[in-house]
Design a protein around this ligand. Structure first.
Ligand SMILES: N[C@@H](CCC(=O)N[C@@H](CS)C(=O)NCC(=O)O)C(=O)O
Length: 269
């Protein structure tokens, strides 16, 4: 079998999904780290791999595949089914979750990640160098968002909006987990892989309190965190060098998101 090569960043949510899938399937892979803090995703060599300048990208049999959810389905096929395939209707349900992660969860994760983790990183790059680097971004929307975010003050409104979405996401998971042991079925699936990346990011953002009104989602998250594939997807600590977020600030944002009686309100959901 041809070797699987993954172009990825350790601190990227969508790369996490693919690394966890690889670990679940027990597929060996070759790692090409694309250091997003140095904007290696915009280097000519990487744009030749993925002209969109995004990670992850997977090279297999000389062909490049992008979009983390599509990559994970391909990996299941490459592994010859592995442990992840489910009954037809369960597979359809799993796709609803992976699309939800791509279209709702990942976009919601970006403002807190940028404001609480990456802003400090961007601030370290000299303005001229940053301008030159970001001008290479092939996606105009991303380029403009980076420039705006780098120059703007901390975007409290966007972060609070995301925190409210996170709570709704956990409420949705709670409802699903009342029906099945895992998100799409009574068996672990790509749905759980996709949402595991969200759990890892909530942990990195120091927002465990969001779980407190949701016992089933909390139990699911504990099961997810204890899977060897979760640790494998996280990679070594040294690979994720961003400083931990300011927990005092996160607490204040959580209180603002839910009112000053945050815990009470969340428990009544
Ligand atoms: N829908 C794509 C999204 C890929 C994506 O946005 N990746 C982020 C990291 S999680 C990235 O490459 N960011 C770099 C940038 O925006 O320049 C997927 O799921 O693969």
């Amino acid at each position: 079998m041809s070797e699987v090569e993954l172009f990825h960043e350790w601190g990227s949510v969508q790369s996490f999904k693919v690394r966890m899938c690889l670990a679940e399937l027990g597929l060996p892979w070759i790692s090409h780290r694309i250091d997003l803090s140095r904007f290696d995703n915009l280097a000519t060599a990487y744009l030749a791999v993925n002209p969109k300048g995004l990670v992850p990208a997977l090279r297999w049999n000389g062909e490049v595949f992008v979009e983390s959810s599509d990559i994970n389905e391909l990996l299941v096929d490459i592994a010859g089914g592995g442990q992840l395939p489910l009954a037809v209707e369960e597979r359809a349900r799993a796709r609803v979750w992976t699309r939800f992660e791509d279209e709702v969860v990942h976009p919601a994760v970006r403002p807190p990640t940028f404001n609480l983790i990456l802003k400090a990183r961007v601030a370290k790059i000299a303005a001229v160098e940053f301008g030159e680097l970001i001008a290479r971004h092939p996606l105009p929307a991303r380029r403009e968002a980076y420039v705006a975010a780098a120059n703007a003050a901390f975007d409290r409104t966007a972060v609070i909006n995301s925190i409210r979405i996170f709570r709704d996401v956990l409420a949705k998971m709670e409802r699903a987990l009342a029906a099945t042991d895992w998100l799409a079925a009574d068996r672990f699936s790509l749905a759980d892989v996709a949402m595991a990346a969200f759990i890892d990011r909530l942990d990195r953002l120091a927002m465990p309190v969001l779980f407190s009104p949701f016992p089933k989602a909390s139990g699911w998250a504990a099961r997810i965190r204890s899977r060897p594939s979760f640790a494998a997807a996280q990679g070594p600590d040294s690979a994720r060098p961003d400083p931990l977020v300011d927990t005092g600030l996160v607490k204040a944002l959580l209180a603002e998101a839910f009112g000053h009686t945050a815990t009470m309100e969340m428990e009544s959901l």
